[in-house]
Design a protein around this ligand. Sequence first.
Ligand SMILES: [Zn+2]
Length: 93
Amino acid sequence: MGSLPGGGELIIIMLVLLLLFGASRLPKLARSMGQAGKEFKTGMKEGYKEDPESVEGPCPFCETQVAEGAKFCSSCGKSADEIVAERQKQKSA
Ligand SMILES: [Zn+2]
């Protein structure tokens, strides 16, 4: 005893959880926790997807304002893909 602290405590925590929530409610609790985690992940993915796809803002090559949905920079002619890629490169640098 004493060489593995936490092992005995973990069992006590499990017993307390069983007493608090009841054995029948634990699977439901685990399921709702899993669902919340999944929804959080999809939310993160959607938030990440929206940002780099928007071409609106100053062109990283010539500083000209590029309109939302534009395919090319009206000043230097760089494509929307190049503008987005260059922005990400500058952001990570
Ligand atoms: Zn430009």
